[in-house]
Design a protein around this ligand. Structure first.
Ligand SMILES: [Zn+2]
Length: 316
């Protein structure tokens, strides 16, 4: 699939960061320069304004101070819009402090096909590694949630559109296999544009590999919770993301296989309103529950308690 245009479109909506000391007023068109203070007139006042960046909410247009947005787990305090959040930040919000042991932290992709597009795959990987603290689009490891040991895999959309290449597939497979050995539940939070086109067939193989590992995990009657966050598409949705015993989603996440435009062009039919959103998929049975980001940890601990109680009583 066309990962690059998808990436630009989606990221474009959330990276409208405008550096400013104060947020521009909502009706900025009516602002006149007459109100502009004279240079040097308010020197003391200027110092009181905290330095930083403001982010415009793509949903309600509110200007939010970045620090406030960070403290609120990247959820708009005005309209509850869920912004993209990094894998490490998300893990931090879910596991008990200092309990997360990362697995395969150094594993990184190689350019096996020597892919050349507008830029080479190698150059793309290098630039994304520099931009983020990540080696690839997923972070995996074992941690504690409440009293439970869990195997947690969290994807990061900012790394090459969360695309699934050999490293994403291998890291998740190793995570699942470790959980099967340890007798632990698996939780995977996915956000992805799909398979990584730069790795061709190698990325498509990851769909079968991760699914097979989950099948062995299920044979041991161990739970797998899949959490879908915006956006979640294609090869990832067609494999591990839709195989959860429980499938949760964040509010208003876009979730699907092919994008709505492709479906509309292929079927020549009008798509129903709200098509491919968490809410639509909850109504149609794919998603079991929509959970607000700030309530996610408590909810997961509740489910884990439930699974553990079932196991103790031999019902699981
Ligand atoms: Zn908002």
């Amino acid at each position: 699939m066309d990962t690059t245009s998808f990436l630009k479109k989606t990221i474009g909506g959330v990276t409208q960061i405008e550096p400013a000391l104060t947020p521009p007023p909502a009706n900025s068109e009516q602002t006149t320069f007459a109100k502009k203070p004279k240079i040097g007139a308010h020197k003391s006042k200027k110092r009181e304004i905290p330095e930083g960046l403001w982010t415009k909410c793509p949903s309600c247009d509110a200007m939010i101070f970045d620090k406030e947005l960070d403290e609120n787990l990247k959820v708009c305090p005005k309209c509850e819009h869920h912004f993209t959040i990094g894998a490490r930040e998300r893990i931090h919000s879910l596991v008990e402090t200092c309990t997360f042991q990362e697995m395969d932290a150094e594993m990184s992709s190689v350019d096996i096909l020597q892919f050349k597009g507008v830029a080479t795959y190698k150059a793309k990987l290098e630039s994304y590694r520099k931009k983020s603290t990540l080696k690839d689009a997923v972070v995996t490891g074992i941690g504690k949630m409440g009293t439970h040991t869990v195997a947690l895999g969290v994807m990061d959309f900012e790394f090459l559109g969360g695309s699934m290449g050999s490293v994403v597939g291998e890291k998740l497979t190793r995570l699942i296999e470790r959980a099967t050995e340890g007798g632990w539940p698996v939780i995977i939070i996915s956000t992805s544009g799909g398979a990584r086109m730069y790795e061709g067939m190698f990325s498509l193989m990851q769909m079968a590999k991760t699914s097979a590992a989950l099948a062995y995990h299920a044979q041991r009657r161990l739970p797998y919770i899949s959490i879908l966050v915006n956006p979640d598409y294609a090869g990832v949705m067609a494999s591990y993301a839709s195989l959860g015993d429980l499938i949760l989603a964040e509010p208003k996440a876009l979730i699907g296989f092919a994008g709505p435009r492709v479906i509309k062009d292929t079927t020549q039919a009008e798509l129903p309103p709200g098509f491919q959103t968490s809410e639509f998929l909850l109504d149609h049975g794919l998603v079991d529950s929509i959970v607000h980001r700030k309530e996610m940890k408590d909810r997961l601990v509740k489910y884990l308690d439930y699974f553990a109680a079932g196991k103790r009583h031999g019902h699981a």
